[in-house]
Design a protein around this ligand. Structure first.
Ligand code: ADP
Ligand code: MG
Length: 299
């Protein structure tokens, strides 16, 4: 696996405002990365720096292990960071031909890319007749014309209806399936959960988490328990190394697991100790709950 992009201590200040704060992460070939964070958390600024349209204040980043110049590296990047903009009175094909000329790539790929984004049957329609979703799909086709190693997208489903959102997400998965590395910014947790393999979570320009999306879910969950002798229950659980935090509220004890344990096993364990439960429920925090916990705890 090769490293596509390495970001190290990147910082961007706009006057007194620190938009990106000491941000570091690495992008490996073949994965789908999400930069996730609320509006204003520094996602677009980060993408802008990587794409050389925003000047960094400090820190560094390196594309393709620094083996190529920035100019050469950008030729291996496809990006959509603004609303799709093409000539309204030209057809999709005519617009893409123009892009090929500007990018100095062959027009041979046009049909293949239009097919990929599901626009081949509308290739001769004028751009102005396209829906917003179709415009966004054309922009993706355009960004792929030079077969980039990495595709960078800023909020790719913003403003689209549910069907349009679904189509874009399917296309992103298809592109990733063909081996193209993807970096997308999104403020939507469920988008990152559905589309990405890895995530960098930002808040106020600072990284809160980075790693595989499913390791973010790696919590072993927790039990909600009730017994007629809560004190005995609490005392017993406290002695078990398998449990971490214990909290008690409204007569309900919540016991967080540090390792895997099935509800049946716990029930048996407690029964042997003479503790009879009147309520037993095993739960796992959703990614949403974990995301909210993460983004609330830091200032
Ligand atoms: P996101 O894409 O996560 O919504 P941005 O990167 O666009 O966040 O913005 C991060 C912060 O930087 C915000 O507070 C925003 O107002 C500020 N910002 C972005 N661009 C500029 C600019 N050109 N001048 C001044 N402030 C900016
Ligand atoms: Mg943005």
């Amino acid at each position: 696996m090769g490293t596509i992009l390495n970001v190290d201590g990147l910082t961007k200040k706009f006057g007194h405002l620190v938009a990106v704060n000491q941000l570091s992460f690495t992008i490996e070939k073949g994965n789908v990365y999400g930069i996730l964070g609320p509006n204003g958390s520094g996602k677009s600024t980060t993408l802008g720096i990587i794409l050389n349209v925003v000047n960094r204040t400090s820190g560094s980043f390196q594309c393709f292990n620094g083996t190529t110049s920035t100019h050469e590296a950008l030729k291996k990047v496809g990006a959509i960071i603004e609303r799709p903009n093409f000539y309204p009175y030209m057809t999709a094909v005519q617009n893409l031909k123009l892009v090929c000329k500007i990018k100095e790539v062959s027009v041979d790929k046009i049909a293949e890319k239009l097919e990929l984004v599901g626009l081949l049957d509308r290739q001769h329609s004028k751009f102005r007749t396209y829906s917003l979703g179709m415009k966004q799909r054309l922009a993706i086709a355009s960004a792929l014309l030079n077969d980039p190693e990495i595709l960078i997208l800023d909020e790719p489903t913003n403003g689209l209806d549910p069907q349009g959102i679904h189509q874009i997400r399917q296309i992103i998965k298809k592109i990733a399936g063909q081996g193209t590395t993807i970096l997308l910014a999104s403020h939507l947790l469920d988008e990152v959960e559905k589309v990405c393999s890895h995530v960098v979570i930002l808040r106020k320009g600072k990284k809160l988490y980075s790693g595989p999306v499913d390791e973010m879910l790696a919590s072993h969950g927790f039990f909600e328990l009730k017994s007629n002798d809560m004190e005995q229950l609490h005392a017993f659980l406290e002695k078990q190394a398998i449990f971490g935090k214990l909290t008690q509220e409204n007569g309900l004890l919540t016991a967080y697991l540090k390792e895997e344990l099935a509800a049946e096993e716990l029930n048996q364990m407690l029964f042997k100790e003479g503790i009879v439960l009147s309520h037993l429920m095993k739960r796992k925090e959703s990614l949403e709950e974990q995301f909210l916990t993460l983004t609330q705890n830091e200032n």
